[in-house]
Design a protein around this ligand. Structure first.
Ligand code: GAL
Length: 447
């Protein structure tokens, strides 16, 4: 009884306090007639990404951007959003693990449990289109592109990657390049080496380094996606863009001699990696190059963000970069997107965030830190370091191909079977087994 009375008094105090806060906020904002602290979604002056608004409520942003090389860009973007929307509380629901290793499983279970985050990181291409869009779990946001005048502000190729049945479903915050070979400038100079641009040059350089006692290639496949990542760059280098793209339309089979040849290259690359590769993640592998414990690392350009933002290294001085062997003029695209899931509590608040993320200002606070280039064509190039500026230029000229390891080229079922098969191959070196596993995965998952 006593406990009940105390609880009752506490509830009354809390209720009075909330009413007081509510009226306070009403005074400040002056326009939340509902006074319930939630977004009413109606009064927002849409279309202006430069103005602070009085909308209230909270926004959960789900991604896998935590820790070194990952989160600086996101935090800067959140700061910008909070500056523009001081009454919206952001919940940063990032789940650690490179390439969404853990986040994607958490997201799937939340979506299945009908508990979508306000917005979530998703790759353009197959992940979005054959995943949550096909499952009917995303709202189209073509109207946002209309009201923001975005149709010609993003490259058409990118818009196509996030369009299904003539509706657009997400906003790209960036473009990452997956086919980059980073190298330690000092090691290369010391051994009188040039950055390799072909397979033959790569083998020559790697042999010279190995003979000099230097680990040629850093790999960190404790998270299995990095091996698939290395493999996709070799597929592109070996098959060319047309051959690589033909895999995703089933015009080229995985048991073709061309793919067998690519796998043999992959096999050879693996002879140059550090012995402890299975104990390292992507940052640990990139760090080997930063610290001079390995000469090269093949990674997406989030590694450029890690080098420049987290390790404070200078592009072209401390770390060099070239497209991976045989991929000059080709650009393997990884694009991080955010969209509007169905049944979220505050769709207007999500759209507020998408407006900021899709604005020039949003893209230019995020990307210089992240190592990616802006998805917008009218971003401010002067905000990017030498790596970013070179990549912006390369992107304009390059032939674009979708990343396999980062879920853009093929449906999730294929990616996970390929990931598993490639990782078995790293240990076994059994070419036939990998060929058969990839062929079966393609037959089962790619239409
Ligand atoms: C990719 C993602 C990048 C980066 C990377 C490493 O899938 O697109 O933004 O975070 O994983 O985690």
């Amino acid at each position: 009884m006593k406990k009940f009375t105390l609880l009752t008094i506490l509830s009354i105090i809390l209720a009075l306090f909330m009413v007081a806060c509510g009226s306070d906020e009403e005074e400040t904002t002056g326009d939340d007639q509902n006074g319930n602290g939630d977004s009413n979604g109606q009064e927002e002056a849409a279309g202006d990404n430069g103005e602070a608004t009085a909308e209230e409520g909270s926004l959960e942003i789900f991604s896998w951007w935590t820790g070194a090389g990952e989160e600086a860009g996101l935090l800067a973007l959140i700061d910008l959003f909070e500056e523009k929307h001081p009454n919206i509380e952001v919940v940063n629901a990032a789940v650690a693990g490179g390439a969404g290793t853990n986040a994607q499983a958490v997201l799937a279970s939340r979506m299945q449990g009908n508990d979508p985050p306000g917005t979530f990181q998703i790759h353009g291409g197959a992940a979005l289109n054959t995943g949550w869009v096909a499952a009917g779990r995303m709202e189209p946001i073509t109207d946002l592109y209309d009201s923001e005048g975005w149709h010609d502000k993003f490259p058409q190729d990118l818009i196509d990657m996030v369009t299904s049945d003539e509706e657009i479903y997400s906003v790209p915050v960036n473009i990452h390049r997956s086919n980059v070979l980073f190298y330690n400038v000092e090691i290369f100079e010391e051994h009188g080496l040039e950055a390799p641009t072909t397979f033959d040059e790569f083998y020559e350089v790697a042999d010279a380094l190995q003979a000099a006692g230097v680990t040629p290639l850093a790999l960190g496949d404790r998270e299995s996606w990095t091996a698939l990542h290395l493999f996709e760059t070799i597929l592109l280098g070996s098959l060319g863009a047309d051959g690589y793209n033909a895999l995703w339309t089933r015009d080229l089979d995985f048991d073709s001699p061309e793919v067998v040849e690519a796998i043999e290259h992959f096999h050879k690359f693996l002879t140059y990696v550090n012995d402890d590769h299975a104990a390292r993640n992507w940052q640990d592998a990139a760090q080997m190059v930063a610290q001079g414990n390995a000469a090269m690392n093949i990674m997406g350009d989030w590694a450029a963000g890690y080098f420049a933002t987290d390790l404070e290294l200078e592009p072209n001085v401390d770390f060099g970069f070239v497209p991976t062997p045989n991929t000059t003029g080709k650009f393997m695209v990884v694009t991080d997107n955010f969209g509007l899931p169905k049944d979220v509590e505050n769709p207007e608040i999500v759209k507020d965030f998408l407006r900021v993320l899709g604005s020039v200002e949003g893209q230019d606070v995020f990307n210089p830190l992240k190592g990616s280039i802006p998805a917008r064509v009218d971003a401010d190039v002067s905000k990017y370091n030498a790596y970013g500026q070179q990549t912006i230029e390369d992107f304009r000229e390059a032939v674009l191909t979708p990343s396999l390891a980062h879920n853009s080229a093929a449906p999730a079922g294929f990616v996970s079977q390929a990931d598993q098969a490639v990782n078995i191959f790293v240990a076994s070196g059994n070419v036939d087994q990998l060929v058969q596993a990839l062929q079966t995965a393609a037959e089962q998952n790619i239409q």
